[in-house]
Design a protein around this ligand. Structure first.
Ligand code: MG
Ligand code: ZN
Length: 220
């Protein structure tokens, strides 16, 4: 492994544990920050898979999320979007369910290298909050529950009233609604397939076609 890809020791210490019972519930916020530096800023909470990076189609035809650093592929438009919204005064926080960790299909160390890669490619991302659990854990962080967003709001002292949730599934929108945040739903992006709309209209949200349209909504 390239030395530059080595995970940040500040969070590898908290994710080296193999037993989920040993993982802190808040779960590896990558790039820990000093809250006082960011007092009162609004944030964009972004789902990761299908929104920031492509979903992966496996050889058996099933669609899932990246399980290795090499499978992590950013949407081409995301770095441009990130730069623009950061300049407009938003913090960028990725909030992601990664049940493959609980299922043993994704090693926490590998996951840390993915985060390191994402943060190196898009330095405007301020933090990545992750739920490593499966539904059976009944945790408070797995979306549609709002635990990850709550933790970030508290850690980074974010201004909720001007913040947004952006995702590709109803569970993202519901997690945002629980805060409550306004939400934007994008079609889910899977490499090699047509983008698919997955959000159901269970809670109010805005539908956008792509990150360019999201930018227009946020800055108009
Ligand atoms: Mg998603
Ligand atoms: Zn969780």
């Amino acid at each position: 492994m390239d030395a530059t890809m080595a995970p940040n020791p500040e969070y590898t210490s908290s994710i080296g544990a193999r037993s989920l019972d040993l993982l802190p519930l808040k779960t590896f916020p990558a790039r820990p920050t000093t809250p006082t530096l960011f007092t009162g800023k609004p944030a964009l909470f972004l789902d990761r898979d299908g929104v920031v990076v492509w979903n992966v189609t496996r050889s058996d035809g099933t669609v899932g999320s990246a399980r290795s650093r090499d499978e992590v592929e950013l949407l081409r438009t995301f770095p441009i979007f990130a730069r623009a919204v950061h300049k407009a005064g938003y913090m960028l926080v990725i909030v992601t369910n990664q049940p493959d960790i609980a299922r043993g299909d994704l090693d926490p160390y590998t996951f840390a290298t993915m985060n390191e890669y994402l943060l190196s490619q898009v330095p405007e991302v301020d933090a990545i909050y992750t739920c490593p659990h499966d539904a059976a854990h009944n945790c408070s962080c797995r979306k549609p529950r709002p635990g990850l967003i709550r933790s970030a709001i508290s850690d980074l002292n974010l201004r909720v009233s001007d913040s947004w949730m952006i995702g590709d599934r109803s569970s993202d929108i519901e997690a945002g609604a629980a805060i409550p945040l306004r939400s934007i739903c994008l079609p889910s992006q899977t490499r090699g397939q047509l983008a698919r709309r997955e959000c159901k209209a269970t809670v109010p949200h805005i539908q956008a076609d792509d990150l360019g349209e999201v930018l227009k909504i946020l800055t108009c």
